[in-house]
Design a protein around this ligand. Structure first.
Ligand SMILES: *Cc1c(COP(=O)(O)O)cnc(C)c1O
Length: 281
């Protein structure tokens, strides 16, 4: 099941061709996206996702996206989706056709079913490996052209990292910086729980600010947790009481094993954090 809509609110056949072969999103991975969780017909954290789409687009110097149009397209997808089960709603925005003098971006919203593997990981947790990302935590501020922290459609490296994890017998990845500090997952934010405090690294080190992490921290604070945004090392993760990967579609997924080391059982903590996150909705 998939439902496709354009920014004028029109629906289109998701199995027909709509994008030109000379679209720069396809030819160069030149574009940005968002993935939003929809539950019971309600998109979660819609505003933060739209704001981040605009921020990513600005980092790529794309024209400012028509956010009302994206909302219209999102509503069209939700309206046409049968039932009220969970949906992954993707917003995609590329530089458009190569050589187009008007520079009209390509933009659409598509609703997709949630992958069985993601649903299973929410319940069972995942085994993760740390993999080097090859830059230091100070690079993002020095080299904005690297687009660290933009949610761009150039995710070949992120997908390759997941295949490397699979080769090592794991399901997910935590990227590390050249100084050994923790960055993020290929599609998720890293969260550490220790002594009733949640930690996540600051986005200034070249990672994406996560809408799920933000909502989780908001909910956890209300539930009495302390929350801290500060650099983390892999040793910190191993010494904590729970490591989690947060993202819209996976929600807050437990990491039960890191680089082959079985982490302390965080099932109960996970239940608590999942409840705090759900209460934000
Ligand atoms: C999408 C993504 C996240 C998670 O963002 P959410 O807003 O929580 O879905 C984190 N890191 C990367 C690299 C991502 O692509």
């Amino acid at each position: 099941m998939r439902v496709l809509a354009f920014l004028d609110g029109s629906l289109a056949d998701p199995e027909a061709a709509h994008i030109r072969v000379d679209d720069l999103g396809l030819l160069r991975g030149d574009g940005v996206f968002e993935t939003i969780l929809v539950a019971a017909k309600q998109p979660r954290e819609m505003r933060p996702h739209l704001d981040r789409l605009a921020r990513s687009a600005a980092m790529l110097e794309l024209p400012a996206p028509d956010l009302d149009g994206f909302e219209r397209a999102a509503r069209a997808v939700l309206g046409a989706w049968p039932g009220d089960g969970e949906i992954a709603l993707k917003l995609v925005y590329t530089r458009g056709v190569d050589g187009d003098p008007d520079g009209t971006p390509t933009a659409f919203a598509i609703g997709l079913e949630i992958d069985e593997k993601v649903l299973r990981a929410r319940v069972d947790g995942v085994s993760a490996v740390t993999l080097e990302r090859g830059f230091g935590p100070e690079l993002a501020e020095r080299a904005p052209w690297l687009l660290l922290g933009a949610k761009s459609v150039s995710y070949a490296v992120n997908m390759a990292a997941l295949r490397e994890a699979a080769r090592r017998g794991a399901q997910d990845v935590i990227f590390t910086a050249t100084d050994g500090s923790v960055l993020e997952g290929p599609t998720s934010t890293v969260v550490l729980a220790k002594d009733r405090t949640l930690y996540t690294p600051p986005s200034t080190i070249g990672i994406l600010p996560g809408t799920t992490q933000y909502a989780l921290f908001r909910g956890a604070e209300k539930a009495g947790w302390t929350v801290k945004v500060e650099p983390l090392s892999v040793a910190d993760l191993l010494r904590g009481e729970g490591v989690f990967l947060a993202s819209s579609v996976r929600k807050v997924t437990r990491v039960h094993t890191l680089d082959g080391t079985v982490l302390p059982d965080s099932t109960a903590l996970h239940g608590e954090l999942a409840a705090a996150y759900e209460a934000e909705y």
